[in-house]
Design a protein around this ligand. Structure first.
Ligand code: KIV
Length: 262
């Protein structure tokens, strides 16, 4: 998929949407040749690529750096980038300057966490010609308010609020909404009531699409195993074994051999 317009088209055809995060050039090149529909340069880059404990440490410079690297490897897929922590809370000029930098780095759309008083800003951004993806449920930039990475929307009041937020984000003009860590029943209801696609993570099987952090999907961390995560590769072990094999070959003078030498 190359444009945001295709998101709605896929939903109208009842076709599921697959997304992964990406933060670097060589992963982007592999994803570009895959069947994955679209790519997010998530602010999870702060955690996955830089080892911070939350996404709060993502800065616009960091997001632009990763967006530009991904863009160089991604020629055939839609590229969405996250607006980092507080960039929508420091005034409209700060927000627009941040978006300007992200778009010039190669993003075709931006993702903004939360609804409420963001709605007016989101509308302004969309009216400026920038496609916006919403994000509700467990919005990681609110982690300290939530008291951890916990399932959201469990009681009726919270569920109603998320449904209302989703409708308002659709009305504001978002082209899709990420639903993170909420009961399947709630994400199913939101998905049914919206005409724009929902992309789930830890939100069950009934959303219009799914997104996973690339390194999670590839099993790069041996300890990180939330219930929702299916690991499609044991990346940690495969890489560890390859490194140890190289080390053995070097130490045992098995590498390089004659064919590998000039
Ligand atoms: O930053 C991120 O990786 C995200 C997705 C997991 C939705 O926001």
């Amino acid at each position: 998929m190359k444009t945001v317009n295709e998101f709605k088209k896929l939903k109208s055809q009842s076709k599921k949407i697959s997304m992964v995060t990406c933060y670097d050039y060589w992963s982007a090149k592999i994803i570009d040749e895959s069947d994955i529909d679209a790519v997010l340069v998530g602010d999870s880059a702060a955690m996955v690529m830089h080892g911070f404990e939350t996404t709060i440490n993502a800065e616009i410079e960091m997001m632009c750096y990763h967006t530009a690297a991904v863009k160089r490897g991604l020629k055939n897929k839609l590229l969405i980038s996250d607006l980092p922590f507080l960039s929508n809370r420091k005034g409209i000029s700060f927000l627009m300057e941040s978006i300007d930098k992200l778009m010039k780095a190669g993003a075709q759309a931006v993702k903004i966490e939360g609804a409420d008083d963001n709605l007016e800003l989101i509308q302004y951004v969309i009216n400026s010609g920038i496609p916006v993806m919403g994000h509700i449920g467990l919005t990681p930039q609110f982690v300290h308010q939530f008291g951890g990475y916990k399932l959201q929307g469990k009681d009726e009041k919270a569920a109603e609020k998320f449904l209302d937020d989703a409708k308002k984000l659709e009305d504001a003009g978002c082209f899709a909404i990420v639903l993170e860590m909420m009961p399947s029943e709630l994400s199913a209801k939101i998905t049914k009531e919206l005409s724009i696609p929902t992309i789930g993570i830890g939100a069950g099987p009934f959303t219009d699409g799914q997104i996973l952090v690339l390194q999670d999907l590839l099993g790069m961390s041996k300890d990180f195993q939330p219930k929702f995560l299916r690991k499609y590769l044991n990346g940690f072990e495969l890489i560890l074994n390859s490194l140890n094999k190289f080390n053995d070959d070097v130490k045992n003078q098995n590498y390089p051999n004659k064919e590998e030498s000039y």
